[in-house]
Write a protein of this length. Structure first.
Length: 504
């Protein structure tokens, strides 16, 4: 005869079975999403995307909003705030002080891509210079959010996706190449693919070919789980400050400039404050050993070295932005994640010509001030570690023969799309990738303006200072950079210190 508790046990076993089944189903779903994402992203993957946006939603996209404006904590606004004020306020865009990228309003579209069409998909504009320097009023940079307002909806296993318009890069491949190098270096970095994008605005445009975009993975849950082992922890996206400055013991002092993403645990913020205080205040003889409690030195050295070799000035080592910083909830260590690499390979437009950026220093890699990099490179233990990472990258990764072969591989895929984009895009590609056009031949005006759209009352905006982009062919830049970086390591030449002009 059964025990009176048997029904309770049976009920508990049934509930436990449901939990286990749910966990198995979730694990299988996650595996399916991971497999779809892996198939979608790839250095030479090219997809066709068609966005259909109503006239009303297109008006919403172009209404109130703009790039972030942030105080500089003692620095004058310089070029960055000059861009924002000079462009958005002059055009009535209404960019707000203290704003974030979310100041761009969301609208909806129909998204047609590989595998079918999704309706009522959320999208908005994104970016700063890539937005205001767009070559025509339609080839804007976008952020797509598939599950905003449609819980758990995904496209090819993806929740969100960036469509970058490559505006500051005549080759339209620097970003994909740079992210690939970071991943090959064993560092966490978003995956990419390419897209040929069409736009329909009923009554205005009918499947208008916008051209080539770089698709970039979003740094969020799935990415973090794959790259650092957890979706939890403190995720920051610092803006416009060099180094990781200590701002006191009150977390509220950090929120505006460090821009935390998602939920924030006080334990993680306390750990982060300990980290930045240590950078500023640790005695020299305790710096190398103590730093290991807060980050993995080899990975950080590789992150800095690769940014330096790529002359990626608009980054952590230069302007003090375009990266994420994640503090692990278990071990408390910080991981630096690269972001917005479209101006790598010496193409930051306000730091001089690409030829001048080709000879920037890899041994003194940061713009002043950057306390963390300065102390790391100067430390008697960590400095040699940094040099060894530069050596490894130049020997195994930043190898001209391999990189030039990758340029050719990408060009086979992207050239037909670029050539069908606009005359100016075709000429730029011929000069900088194919080498079939003289460097001074064709339309060289900056910023680039696609004259095919001249019927639209639109003119891309330049920076407050005159910009001279020399369109040096990418393969020649790679060859010259590898040689100069090697000669720096061998003590034969000295590089110039990067001096980005975002602060005046």
């Amino acid at each position: 005869m059964g025990s009176p508790l048997d029904p309770v046990k049976r009920c508990l076993l049934f509930l436990w079975g449901l939990v286990v089944s749910g966990l198995v189903l979730l694990a299988r779903q996650n595996e399916a999403h991971a497999a779809q994402q892996a198939a979608f992203f790839g250095l030479t993957n090219l997809w066709t995307i068609h966005l259909t946006i109503s006239p009303g939603d297109w008006k919403v996209l172009n209404s109130r909003g703009g790039p972030p404006q942030r105080s500089n904590n003692g620095n004058n606004g310089g070029l960055f705030e000059g861009i924002v004020r000079g462009v958005f306020e002059a055009e009535g865009g209404g960019a707000r002080p203290g704003g974030v990228a979310g100041d761009y309003p969301w609208a909806t579209c129909s998204f047609e891509g590989p595998g079918g069409t999704l309706t009522n998909v959320a999208l908005r504009f994104k970016g700063a210079s890539s937005m205001v320097r767009s070559p025509n009023p339609f080839k804007r940079p976008f952020k797509i959010d598939f599950d905003r307002g449609a819980t758990n909806r995904r496209f090819m296993g993806i929740e969100e996706l960036y469509l970058n318009n490559n505006v500051n890069d005549a080759t339209q491949m620097r970003e994909a190449l740079a992210y690939d190098l970071f991943r090959r270096a064993g560092l966490p970095a978003p995956r990419t693919a390419f897209a040929q994008v069409y736009l329909t605005i009923p009554g205005k445009l009918q499947k208008q070919h916008l051209g080539l975009y770089t698709l970039v993975e979003v740094v969020e849950g799935d990415f973090l789980k794959r790259s650092v082992g957890t979706k939890k922890g403190l995720l920051l996206k610092p803006e416009m400050m060099r180094g990781v400055p200590y701002m006191g013991e009150d977390w509220d002092n950090y929120v505006e400039r460090y821009a935390p993403k998602g939920n924030v645990d006080p334990k993680d913020t306390a750990r982060f404050i300990d980290f930045v205080r240590f950078i500023q205040q640790a005695p020299p003889d305790q710096f190398a050993q103590g730093l290991r409690e807060y980050l993995e030195p080899e990975g950080f050295a590789r992150f800095v070295a690769l940014n330096a070799i790529l002359a990626n000035v608009d980054s952590f080592i230069g302007n003090g932005h375009n990266y994420y910083l994640h503090v692990h909830p278990t071990n408390g260590r910080a991981t630096f994640i690269p972001w917005d690499l479209n101006e790598a390979f010496g193409m930051h437009p306000v730091s001089g010509s690409s030829a001048s950026q080709m000879v920037t220093s890899i041994l003194r890699p940061n713009a002043d001030p950057n306390r963390l990099v300065e102390r790391f490179v100067a430390d008697p233990t960590l400095g040699p570690l940094y040099r060894s990472q530069c050596e490894l990258i130049l020997t195994n990764l930043f190898v001209p023969a391999r990189l030039k072969a990758e340029v050719d591989r990408i060009a086979v895929v992207t050239q037909p799309v670029v050539f069908a984009e606009t005359r100016r895009a075709k000429e730029d590609f011929e000069r900088t990738v194919l080498g079939t056009r003289r460097l001074d031949d064709g339309d060289l005006r900056q910023p680039r303006h696609d004259r095919e759209f001249a019927k639209e009352p639109y003119q891309p905006r330049g920076f407050p200072d005159a910009i001279d982009i020399d369109n040096m062919p990418l393969k020649a830049w790679i060859e010259g950079r590898a040689q100069h970086a090697r000669e720096q390591l061998d003590g034969k030449v000295r590089g110039t210190r990067p001096r980005p002009r975002l602060y005046q």
